[in-house]
Design a protein around this ligand. Structure first.
Ligand code: RET
Length: 239
């Protein structure tokens, strides 16, 4: 069963990547193409990770312990910053002026994944301390999205602000479920087994990457507004 879930992940991520690239070439409004490529890169990385896990290569089997899916953490290490980049580029009219905010978001995110990875590789009870530190980084990061990014997004046109806020709430809810699955699953206290864990991470990964990308890239009004606003905000633009 586990292999089946991983193969499904591989196929879904590949299909989504091809679809997002196709959309990027055929129907991206001018000035918004970068969103298509960032989002396709997210599913492409996940495709490679799922492919390696389904062929048994991205996994470390330690005797007497649940296998550690290293590829999962490598995937998250790169894809979560890219998801945050999508959100930040939606919220910010002039991203260069808020580079500190973007760095803080990505810094907390990388910390969250690396400490979570370390927790996953730890056999002793110390893993729960690491889990908690990783969780604290996640809470700080989600808080920054809901406060700072929300505030700056008020400067964006209505359609852009709307999709930014929808995707932010969507992200906050889905991301908050990852530590729960981890804690209850095979890596944590083991309320459910590895099969369920792999399945639930698959569902979360599909929603937070493919669902996210689909909602963003099929929203033409918002992408057109971004394109016409220009990558460099023009002073004459009515805010
Ligand atoms: C871990 C365990 C340690 C505590 C926390 C975690 C959070 C992981 C998250 C992952 C998000 C992944 C996404 C992937 C796909 O796009 C590492 C599970 C807080 C939030 C969104």
């Amino acid at each position: 069963m586990i292999t089946l879930w991983l193969v499904i992940g591989t196929v879904v991520m590949l299909a989504a990547t091809l679809y997002f690239i196709f959309l990027g070439f055929t129907s991206a409004p001018q000035g918004s193409r970068h969103f298509y490529f960032i989002t396709a890169l997210i599913t492409l990385i996940a495709f490679v990770a799922y492919l390696s896990m389904s062929t048994g290569q991205g996994v470390i089997e330690a005797s007497g312990e649940a296998p550690l899916y290293q590829a999962r953490y490598i995937d998250w290490l790169f894809t979560t910053p890219l998801l945050l980049l999508d959100l930040a580029l939606l919220a910010l009219a002039a991203p260069r002026r808020r580079i500190n905010l973007i760095a803080a978001l990505i810094g907390l995110d990388v910390l969250m994944i690396l400490i979570g990875w370390w927790a996953g590789a730890t056999a002793s009870g110390a893993k729960y301390v690491l889990w908690f530190i990783s969780l604290a980084a996640m809470v700080a990061l989600l808080y920054l999205i809901l406060t700072q990014l929300f505030t700056v997004s008020t400067e964006r046109p209505d359609s852009v602000r709307y999709i930014f806020r929808t995707l932010s709430i969507y992200t906050v809810v889905l991301w908050a479920l990852y530590p729960v699955v981890w804690l209850l699953g095979a890596e944590g206290i083991g309320t459910f087994g590895l099969g369920w864990e792999v399945f639930l991470f698959l569902v979360l990964d599909i929603l937070s990457k493919v669902g996210f990308g689909f909602l963003l890239l099929t929203n033409r009004p918002a992408l057109e507004a971004i394109g016409s606003g220009g990558a460099q905000a023009r002073p004459s633009r009515v805010q």
